[in-house]
Design a protein around this ligand. Structure first.
Ligand SMILES: Nc1nc2c(ncn2[C@@H]2O[C@H](COP(=O)(O)OP(=O)(O)OP(=O)(O)O)[C@@H](O)[C@H]2O)c(=O)[nH]1
Length: 406
């Protein structure tokens, strides 16, 4: 064996072996602690229970996208990651089922008027044109959007006038039925987390890329999603490819460390995000985890810049493993602005699902309908607060019940 081959094996093999060992310990510790009382206030981020990226061996490719990210020397395994360092109290994330039911209480606190207002008008004895206008205005103010609002009013008018639906219980049932139809219960909202296959025919982790403009809640969502996956007994690696905001990698690392999930990051501000994404996926492959979640910076400086950045990240990732999901994170409180962002990301990033955050902070749940229509992809997850387990799988009926009962 020539010296170059030895160098390659040492560079690639030792970190990979260390990672597998450490990941095994994480998984074992998490399972061991599954019966212990969770303490949501104790984050494990002591700096030592977090794994940063192993150096990646130079690739044989001549593709500049792959050569560049493969040589980031700031991606290192920190000294002193030992089993003793891992002796931290891990959180046990809350069960995922039924989380959307919390929306009801959150909407009530945010003074959700949508369901209440619609019901109040629809329950009047004789619905005049003014009443229908009021209904329309209420829906538009709740960000449902002009097209869907028109469809809903039309459907309600027909049923109320033609079928003579008047009794309050029946009116409520009718509204519920029509709102559910508008949100569309037929859309597939499950996350695609099936293992992939790389070019060499090897199994790969599911890779989920999380995009969106800054401040929408991307990093928080990646952290919460890691907890959802851990609650479902999946193993996870996080990739901190938001290298633009210095604190983002620390924030992500803290989320991961609370549930024993390692984070691949660069210690250099402004490092190439594609390099971090690449190393996160390689690390996930080497350690055989189920899912790699990649956080990105999402600066919306201009469409061409965004396209370049996300395009490069995507190309680099897909050389290692197919992309399973591209989740667009949108802040539900930003209304029309959020829709404009959604449009741009939809064009450049091949979005497969939407995460609507801060639904607890708005009375305008109609954005769910508007954004689905705008992008033609389903809302898959919703953020219901700043708590670590305030992320819920989206479901049309539970959402509408939250609106009507909130
Ligand atoms: N109320 C509420 N706040 C949320 C929710 N999701 C995120 N946030 C808050 O939104 C703020 C921004 O979240 P981040 O995760 O840092 O946003 P980001 O998109 O990663 O931002 P950059 O890293 O700057 O790109 C934080 O204060 C979060 O706690 C939610 O569902 N509800």
């Amino acid at each position: 064996m020539n010296p170059d081959t030895w160098t390659y094996l040492l560079a690639a093999g030792i970190p990979a072996a260390l990672l597998v060992a450490v990941s095994t310990v994480f998984v074992r510790r998490r399972r061991d602690q599954a019966d212990e009382t969770p303490d949501p206030t104790t984050g494990g981020a002591n700096g030592s229970d977090v794994l940063t990226a192993p150096p990646v061996a130079p690739s044989a490719t001549t593709d500049p996208d792959l050569l560049e990210p493969s040589v980031d020397e700031d991606l290192v395994v920190p000294d002193g990651v030992t089993e003793g360092d891992l002796d931290v109290q891990l959180d046990v994330p809350a069960p995922v089922a039924g989380r959307l039911a919390r929306l009801r209480g959150r909407l009530a606190r945010s003074g959700s008027p949508l369901g209440t207002r619609l019901l109040a008008v629809l329950s009047r004895d004789h619905l005049t044109e003014d009443d229908w206008d009021e209904l329309e205005e209420t829906l538009l103010l709740a960000d449902v959007g002009a097209g869907p609002t028109g469809d809903l009013i039309e459907a309600l008018r027909t049923r109320v006038r033609v079928d003579g639906v008047r009794e309050p219980g029946a009116v409520r049932d009718l509204l519920r039925e029509q709102l559910i139809a508008l949100v569309d219960p037929t859309l597939d909202r499950s996350l695609n987390l099936a293992p992939g296959v790389d070019a060499a025919g090897e199994a790969t982790p599911a890779v989920v890329l999380v995009v969106g403009v800054n401040g929408t809640g991307k990093t928080t969502t990646v952290g919460k999603l890691a907890r959802v996956l851990v609650a479902e007994d999946r193993s996870v690696v996080l990739g901190a490819a938001d290298t633009f905001r210095a604190a983002a990698a620390d924030q992500l690392q803290t989320w991961g460390s609370r549930v024993g999930v390692p984070t691949v990051r660069s210690d250099r501000d402004g490092a190439d995000p594609a390099a971090v994404a690449f190393d996160a996926v390689r690390t996930g492959k080497a350690s055989g985890v189920d899912v790699v979640l990649v956080d990105t910076a999402g600066r919306l400086q201009n469409k061409a810049g965004l396209m370049d950045e996300l395009g490069k990240i995507t190309r680099v990732i897909t050389r290692e493993a197919p992309l399973s999901e591209v989740l667009l994170v949108l802040d539900a409180t930003t209304g029309q602005n959020g829709l404009n962002q959604a449009r741009v990301f939809g064009e450049v990033a091949g979005v497969t699902g939407i995460v609507l955050t801060k639904l607890d902070g708005t009375a305008k749940g109609g954005i769910v309908v508007a954004v689905q229509r705008e992008l033609g992809v389903p809302v898959k997850l919703v953020g219901l607060g700043e708590g670590p387990d305030d992320l819920a799988p989206f479901d049309a009926a539970s959402f509408v019940d939250g609106l009507l009962e909130g």
